[in-house]
Design a protein around this ligand. Structure first.
Ligand SMILES: [Zn+2]
Length: 400
């Protein structure tokens, strides 16, 4: 299999793992530059020694720490970083995961500066993407940005990330089962073009990641490497396809809805991949139910056929040598759905987007989330308010 570095080169991105030579390609690229390292109160512990090391190599490096443990990629935060970077540096290095990377990609795109990222968690698939999701006036929007020039990886840093962050990365990858199926369905029903290379690339990375799940759970470098490969391949598949189809489907719409809802209520927002993982379970559940529905509707047969090879949304039994799952009480019996579940969703846009889009989900229609969610949080226990917000999703799913 092609190495991640070689594959990344084809997409104009330098991916380097930590070594004694300390990222030689990156260093050569920033020689003579003023480098600004942007981090937050969580990730500044990685930025400080990195900046020190750069200065040791004669590279001017300054730090800017966002005064928040969990910054939000919104207008105000982007304006703060832009004001600090403008005229003061020639290259910006994001030190963090999703949010910091998104902010830096967007700001440097506006300023016309190159950027890179020192990844601190294998938690989402936006490292290599050329667009940036931002919050504008409380609404999640996708802004044009550019791709990073360098992605710097250090397994020692990645493995110290909180387990829910790695779990979130897994959620963002398992979502590919659904979004690739949504894409095929859109092609069958609406004649939408499918890029076979992008689909095969994403499919291969998804399967590699699924095979590595025990290693990922164990937290070793081989497992994290496989997860990181899949997360970066997501970005490359989107470049090949020219759109976000290979990496994002209805499950991402559900995640974006949840994000806006948490923000609106002033609550800490659960990690992207956790929300996407939840959306994936909903999508899989819907696909698996279609064949059994009494009603006939356009696309039913095609969707039911595509659902056959999809994994079950139920959790498989655990290896008996592992710790047992916590005992979860069965939820109370729910009344039967009066209509088929597709009716509890609203399509975003018209025609071409209908098979894909979901604007909102009435969670009470999905009572089966309640017993599954505690298993997820037992696997990746929350350690801080943002992660604990995951509990809020579970709470709401069982209460609404
Ligand atoms: Zn995602």
């Amino acid at each position: 299999m092609e190495t991640l570095s070689d594959l990344s080169k084809k997409f104009g991105i330098n991916v380097e793992y930590a070594s004694v030579a300390f990222y030689p390609v990156f260093r050569a690229g920033v020689a003579g530059c003023r480098v600004l390292l942007v981090s937050d109160e969580n990730t500044c512990r990685y930025a400080a020694p990195f900046a020190e090391k750069l200065r040791g190599y004669g590279i001017a490096a300054e730090e800017f720490v966002l005064p928040a443990r969990e910054p939000v990629a919104d207008e105000a935060t982007c304006a703060t970083v832009e004001a600090r970077a403008k005229g003061a540096c020639d290259y910006v290095l994001a030190v963090g995961a999703g949010t910091i990377n998104d902010i830096v990609k967007y700001v440097t795109f506006r300023l016309g500066l190159p950027c890179g990222v020192l990844a601190t968690a294998a938690s989402m698939d936006g490292y290599a993407s050329g667009v940036t999701p931002l919050i504008r006036k409380g609404v999640k929007v996708t802004e044009n940005a550019h791709t990073v020039r360098d992605i710097l990886l250090d397994t020692e840093i990645l493995r110290t990330a909180p387990p829910p962050m790695t779990g979130a990365g897994v959620g963002d990858i398992l979502a590919k089962y659904c979004c690739l199926t949504d894409w095929k369905l859109a092609s069958l029903l609406k004649g939408e073009a499918v890029d076979a290379d992008a689909m095969a690339l994403m499919r291969g990375a998804l399967e590699g990641c699924v095979a590595a799940l025990p290693a990922i759970r164990a937290g070793g470098s081989a497992g994290l490497g496989e997860l990181m490969r899949a997360l970066l391949v997501s970005g490359y598949a989107m470049v090949l396809a020219g759109n976000s189809r290979p990496a994002s489907g209805a499950e991402h719409h559900m995640s974006h809805f949840l994000e806006m809802d948490f923000l609106r209520r002033g609550k800490p927002v659960p990690l992207h991949g956790i929300k996407v993982g939840l959306g994936t379970l909903v999508s899989l559940h819907l696909y698996k139910r279609i064949a059994a529905l009494q009603e006939e509707f356009a696309g039913k047969a095609q969707a039911a056929a595509l659902a056959v090879p999809l994994p079950s949304p139920e959790f498989p039994p655990r290896n008996p040598r592992e710790a047992p799952w916590p005992v979860v009480p069965r939820p109370p019996k729910q009344p039967k759905h009066p209509k088929h579940p597709m009716e509890s969703m609203e399509s975003v846009g018209e025609a071409g987007n209908r098979a894909r889009g979901v604007r909102w989900v009435r969670w009470s229609r999905f009572p089966w989330i309640a017993p599954i969610a505690p298993r997820l949080s037992a696997e990746f226990p929350p350690r801080n308010p943002q992660e604990a917000a995951w509990e809020e999703v579970r709470e709401r799913s069982s209460r609404v």
